[in-house]
Write a protein of this length. Structure first.
Length: 281
């Protein structure tokens, strides 16, 4: 099989049928010398692709490779090449050469695909989206990272929490029609509830219902509900982590059968798991 350097030697500006070649770190470095006038480099994309390659999750048959223009310029694939160079591993990749130079203006301008487009936890697309959001949030809370997650990590985590996650997400969809307050049904809150179900399912469900509805009979759950309504959900990883820790503080009181007067983030450290999670953990 040819390498990317072979194509460069033959003339990367020449239009030919797309081919799959071996891209070594040295090939990537050479190709990046042709990376002029390209888009803004997103370091998070490079880190994610580096992780994918190192984990052996790179898909050799993927139709989205790298492209060079008829002027010999790299117009698509800079992040993939930078990841190959950074991780020091070779991969097989599709290469298009001799493309029209202005094609770059039309690449990756469609809908950005999220994790819920990549997994198939349930045939019901609404449920699949909720499950993906819950599991992804749980991983981010446990690893305390906002980095992009790998497909295998999300799938293995779902396998571990399938029963609890499915129960919670099905309840969310059922109660949407009953005007369940969306201000309190947050993935950060439900990530803690999902874990609590392993400790004491019935008490945790009582707690969950008291958070979601106005007529709940679990005092810590009602207090958390009031706090959530006073503190609308905002974006930002730090704020999400605070919500998760406060939920755990209220949930621990419920599991211990205690009433509480004030809510503060859990004072002790929540058990975290190193990033990335190990398979089956």
């Amino acid at each position: 099989m040819k390498t990317l350097s072979d194509l460069i030697d033959e003339g990367i500006h020449v239009r030919r049928e797309a081919v799959r070649v071996i891209v070594t770190p040295a090939c990537a470095d050479r190709a990046l010398e042709l990376n002029t006038g390209n888009r803004y480099v997103r370091k998070a994309n490079i880190e994610y692709l580096t992780k994918v390659i190192k984990a052996g999750e790179w898909q050799d048959e993927h139709s989205h490779g790298i492209s060079f223009s008829d002027t010999g310029r790299l117009i698509d694939g800079q992040h993939r090449l930078m990841a190959i160079k950074q991780c020091g591993k070779s991969v097989i990749m599709r290469v298009d050469t001799g493309c029209k130079d202005d094609l770059q203006q039309h690449i990756d301008t469609g809908v950005v695909r999220g994790m819920c487009d990549r997994v198939n936890f349930d045939e019901d697309k609404r449920l699949n989206k909720k499950l993906t959001e819950l599991i992804s949030t749980w991983i981010r809370m446990k690893t305390q990272t906002s980095r992009r997650l790998s497909l295998s990590l999300v799938e293995s985590s779902f396998a571990k929490w399938k029963n609890e996650a499915t129960y919670i997400c099905e309840m969310i969809l059922v109660n949407k029609a009953k005007n369940c307050c969306q201000g309190v049904v947050r993935a950060t809150v439900n990530a803690a509830i999902m874990e609590g179900m392993r400790k004491d399912r019935s008490t945790t469900i009582r707690f969950m219902n008291s958070v979601w509805f106005t007529d709940g009979d679990c005092q810590p759950g009602r207090l958390l509900r009031e706090w959530l309504l006073r503190n609308p959900g905002r974006s930002g990883f730090h704020l999400e982590l605070v919500q998760y820790r406060i939920t755990w503080a209220a949930l621990e009181a419920a599991l211990s059968g205690k009433d509480i007067k004030h809510l503060r983030p859990l004072s002790r450290e929540i058990e975290t798991i190193g990033y990335p999670l190990k398979e089956g953990e």
